[in-house]
Design a protein around this ligand. Structure first.
Ligand code: FAD
Length: 304
């Protein structure tokens, strides 16, 4: 069996490679952008097709070219923002079967069986895709990275030319401080609609400063009120910190789906019956306007 792998994120690409090596043994190819990524993947024994330009159209063309050359049975694309855009486009171009966000992939008669979470993580959807190639999107942390192999894989430089992009950049905006890097954050403090005014987020900022935490929020705080750029949940960022502190967040299924992998969840909510308390390891039933300053003060005293 032959497998082809791509993600612009090297860590995720290595995780996909781990699964590909387990499925295929040999016969694993990857597409890498630039020499650093190409080297990291070649060290693990994969045949690397290296392109210089990571633009979506270039990677799409590279995937189609390598699929023609290698004829893989399975193509795994990392489920990043870029990957979610790319993989269905490649599948459509080939009229191939596609399933996104698969955390498990097993070969089956004439195809692959995939598993993915749906309905906010409450249900596992199992599907079978037949044909060749089968194209799947795979989220981060679904599979283990491989050990470096004794034999270094070959690196093949791939020249790809695509027509000039029809996309025009109208404006570039810098992200606001405190919003970035949620996915890899060790500690996240998050705001919900329990905050009455934008200025009140200062209470959360103070707690974030003392815990050295990133700030997140529920969707309405970002998408409706526009107080932060990124929200946590099924339609936002999926996070897996050591500590997630949910402040004035009710804990709907859509929010819960994004915080499931947190090691410890602490909730602060005035309503004893709020769903977030059920998800939490530690619940504080109280008013964020009283609890947050007290918590920040206590932590400051402890850390000096
Ligand atoms: C297709 C779809 C996708 C969605 N995706 C997401 C997603 O990815 N992420 C997400 O978060 N949501 C998502 N939502 C929205 C989701 O359904 C909820 O509307 C949202 O999570 C609620 O946000 P919240 O908890 O901040 O607000 P609310 O549900 O209004 O909860 C506010 C909470 O604050 C508490 N509170 C109020 N005052 C205080 C106080 N002074 N002190 C302490 N607690 C207080 C209340 O008791 C309440 O529990 C999605 C919805 C849809 C339809």
């Amino acid at each position: 069996m032959k497998t082809l792998v791509y993600s612009e994120n090297t860590e995720l690409s290595l995780q996909l490679l781990g699964k590909a090596l387990q499925l295929s043994g040999v016969g694993v190819s990857v597409i890498a952008v630039g020499s650093t990524q190409a080297e990291a993947l070649a060290k693990c024994g994969a045949k690397v097709y290296a392109v210089k330009d990571g633009a979506t159209d270039v990677i799409r063309a590279a995937l189609l070219k390598v699929i023609t050359v290698e004829s893989p049975d399975l193509v795994m694309v990392g489920s990043t923002k870029r990957g979610r855009e790319l993989a269905p486009r490649v599948a459509a171009a080939l009229n191939a079967g596609y399933s996104g966000d698969c955390y498990d992939i097993q070969p089956t008669d004439g195809g692959f069986t995939t598993r993915r979470l749906t309905y906010g993580g409450a249900v596992v959807a199992t599907g079978t895709i037949k044909g060749k190639p089968v194209i799947v999107g795979v989220p981060a942390r679904s599979f283990q990275k491989p050990e470096a192999q004794g034999t270094r894989g070959e690196i093949v430089e791939l020249e790809i030319t695509v027509p000039a992009s029809r996309i025009r950049v109208v404006e570039t905006r810098t992200k606001r401080a405190g919003d970035a890097g949620l996915e890899n954050a060790k500690i996240i403090v998050s705001a919900g609609r329990g905050f009455k005014k934008r200025e009140d987020l200062k209470l959360l900022e103070d707690l974030a400063a003392v815990l050295d935490a990133k700030m997140g929020c529920s969707r309405p705080v970002s998408a409706d009120l526009g107080w932060m750029d990124q929200w946590v949940g099924i339609s936002g960022k999926k996070v897996a910190p050591r500590l997630y502190v949910a402040c004035g967040i009710s804990g709907t299924i859509q929010h819960a789906a994004g915080i499931r992998d947190s090691q410890t969840i602490v909730s602060i909510n005035i309503d004893e019956s709020a769903g977030i308390h059920e998800l939490s390891d530690y619940s504080i039933v109280g008013d964020i306007y009283a609890v947050l300053p007290a918590l920040t003060r206590a932590l400051r005293e402890r850390t000096g």
